[in-house]
Design a protein around this ligand. Structure first.
Ligand SMILES: [Fe+2]
Ligand SMILES: [Fe+2]
Ligand SMILES: [Fe+2]
Length: 426
């Protein structure tokens, strides 16, 4: 597995990726940042030890990654959420099987459990990690704060609403911490971007130092899942592109370290889709001009999200160029020509290869041979002949690699299966 030269940059990258979830997702509107700040203040007031506080902060910063549709988001923004289970289950599923996030998974799974769900025997108290209660309370403070914003005294209104729900929705033991925290001005002030980065850095430092598997590949794989999960058409696409890219690099004689970087670039190539509404990603009909532009903007956002860290600059470049073509017919920059690196070609070929073998709303999956014909048509004008030759010479091996990966994917639950709990079996 790829260990970054300096572990610090792996952590910095995680902080940047977490921040990108809200920054580029119009649906979330800073919700994760708000909830993280509230959860942190409640945890501090309660006296949670640093390691548990760190877990709570990381879980808060990604707690709603399982909610992808506008309809679902709207439901979660209400005072009383009717059915929070699907997004909580889906969020936990995304986090499953990645050791670095093992400690967080159950916090996300149970972040909407109400105190009386336990009283009524709907869930057993021992299943629910204590930090989940903090997360639930923080989430609701953020939502009430938003809902009551136009009332004459919104803070008092939020406090009254929260107070009335201790023992029913919220754990009574948190009442004291809430009252003390809510009496301070700082509790209500929105954290700015720098404070959010600081909070995440503290949490990532405290949590990931202790965790095995906190390597760049695990982090990249998590974000591959977050993106792939946003449309059932692409439920394993980024992961497959990463696996293929690393293998093609190996076939071309690149050293293992470069192959590992290619895998990470493949996992993250579509990270910019976090900025594209799921409704467009899922649309079954041809896209109109504006929708196509929005869809294509993902490549620009991938570059932008991955450009924050110098050490990862080449991964960001390869990933961000995956729709560029040498004859300048690609996007977003139409750079092409001499500026094109072979590693970008590898990601681009892997992307096309993987996509052709997947169903899409507008066509069924192609057979491997049909896919091969399309790949052939891309070189040498659009993409590198050398990369194509490596693919062509090892075609059977690459196809079986994809078959193997697809089998392994079944353990992850395959396509997003709402209402069930496939993560439990992982
Ligand atoms: Fe939620
Ligand atoms: Fe939430
Ligand atoms: Fe893409």
């Amino acid at each position: 597995m790829l260990q970054s030269a300096e572990p610090v940059s792996t952590k910095r990258m995680l902080v940047s990726l977490i921040k990108s979830i809200d920054a580029y997702n119009s649906l979330l509107k800073d919700h994760h940042r708000r909830v993280t700040a509230f959860a942190h203040r409640l945890g501090v007031e309660f006296g949670l030890p640093p390691r548990r506080l760190a877990k709570l902060v990381i879980a808060a910063s990604i707690h709603d990654i399982g909610a992808i549709y506008v309809k679902e988001r709207e439901q979660l923004m209400r005072i009383d959420v009717e059915d929070p289970e699907p997004h909580a289950i889906n969020g936990a599923r995304i986090l499953s099987g990645i050791p670095a996030f093992d400690g967080i998974r159950l916090l996300v799974r149970y972040h909407h459990v109400r105190h009386d769900d336990v009283e009524r025997g709907l869930v057993s108290a021992s299943e629910v990690p204590e930090e989940s209660w903090f997360l639930h309370l923080a989430d609701r403070v953020a939502i009430y704060d938003l809902n009551f914003a136009s009332e004459p005294d919104p803070r008092e209104r939020v406090r009254a609403e929260i107070r009335s729900r201790f023992g029913r929705d919220f754990l009574p033991e948190l009442r004291g911490a809430f009252e003390r925290a809510a009496a301070t001005e700082g509790f209500w002030r929105d954290a700015d971007e720098d404070e959010y980065r600081e909070l995440l850095t503290f949490a990532v430092d405290a949590e990931l130092d202790e965790t095995v598997g906190a390597d760049l590949e695990s982090l990249a794989l998590l974000f591959a899942r977050i993106v792939d999960n946003r449309s059932h058409w692409t439920h394993a696409h980024s992961r497959i592109v990463g696996v293929l890219s690393g293998r093609i690099g190996g076939l071309m004689g690149y050293p293992p370290e470069t192959c590992a970087k290619l895998r990470v670039a493949g996992f993250l190539h579509d990270i910019g889709k976090i900025a594209v509404p799921a409704e467009i990603l899922e649309k079954p009909l041809p896209l109109d001009e504006a929708e196509r532009e929005t869809m294509e903007s993902h490549a620009r956002f991938s570059s932008l999200i991955l450009s924050g860290d110098d050490e990862l600059a080449e991964i960001g470049r390869w990933a961000g160029n995956h729709h560029e073509r040498r004859d300048r017919t690609g996007y977003p920059l139409m750079t092409g020509g001499e500026r094109f690196e072979p590693e970008s070609d590898i990601i681009a070929y892997a992307d096309v290869f993987a996509a052709l073998l997947e169903n899409r709303p507008y066509r069924s999956a192609l057979s491997p041979q049909e896919a091969m014909d399309v790949l052939k048509s891309l070189s040498p004008l659009k993409l590198s002949q050398d990369v194509f030759n490596a693919i062509a010479a090892n075609f059977a091996e690459l196809v079986s690699l994809l078959d193997e990966d697809r089998e392994r994917d079944l353990g992850f639950g395959g396509e997003r299966d709402r209402g069930q709990e496939p993560w439990l079996s992982v």
